[in-house]
Design a protein around this ligand. Sequence first.
Ligand SMILES: C[S@@+](CC[C@H](N)C(=O)[O-])C[C@H]1O[C@@H](n2cnc3c(N)ncnc32)[C@H](O)[C@@H]1O
Length: 248
Amino acid sequence: MQTALYHELVDWYPLLDARENHADEVPIYDALLAAAVEGPFDTLLELGAGAGNNGYYFRQKRTCTLTDLSTSMLELSRAQNPECEHVAGDMRQLRLGRQFDAVFVHDAIVYMCTPEDLRRAADTAFVHTRPGGAALFAPDIVRETFREFHEDDACDHTDGRSMRYIAWVTDPDPSDSTYRVDYAFLLRDQQGIRAVHESHVEGLFSQATWIRILEEAGFQVSLGERPLDGVEQDHPYTPHVFVCRRPH
Ligand SMILES: C[S@@+](CC[C@H](N)C(=O)[O-])C[C@H]1O[C@@H](n2cnc3c(N)ncnc32)[C@H](O)[C@@H]1O
């Protein structure tokens, strides 16, 4: 799915998700990985690193390789993480031919819409995790916590641009493995205000399906907790992440 948000609208992405939003959660993910990795934890590969907002905080302690399907998103990441290696690639197929102490997959995993695609991403994480290393998957939502909802937000950038947006999350077909997010953006710059609507289709799997697929890829899986501070009370985001050890 080619989405405007990660391509034509990429200059607006920092108004949708500021780096500072990730300052609290990355240390939690880093600590979960550090507890799971046997031996040194120096190198980290991120699949679907996007604008590199997580990467910015990981790179304070680790040597990071940041990958994403969108070269435009990788440009945003390069700007804020110039010392990191950046590689364009699809998390379902990427093969770098080397292994890392840790592999991290954040919200980009929602674009795996079928169990087969989720398995491909799990395989990619597995082949890039060294024996004794660990991977962490942090999907936004699992089947157990899903419900339809909407959220809105506003950002007035220091460069004079402003964004107002609503994200409307629905499940048109509860029998399949996806839900839908309709974004409506109002974008104001010196030219005036324009409206953009686009739909994203995202994957929805039960916790049991997640664990089965990650175990089939070869990982030993446990659940980790993440705080959802700053997220509105009435939300369906899961507080759990999947911590995956690659056995020797
Ligand atoms: C919400 S953004 C990720 C932002 C990231 N968490 C950060 O810290 O900036 C989602 C990203 O998933 C990427 N993506 C979607 N499908 C992908 C795939 N099959 N492989 C790799 N990246 C993918 C998009 O290009 C987009 O950059």
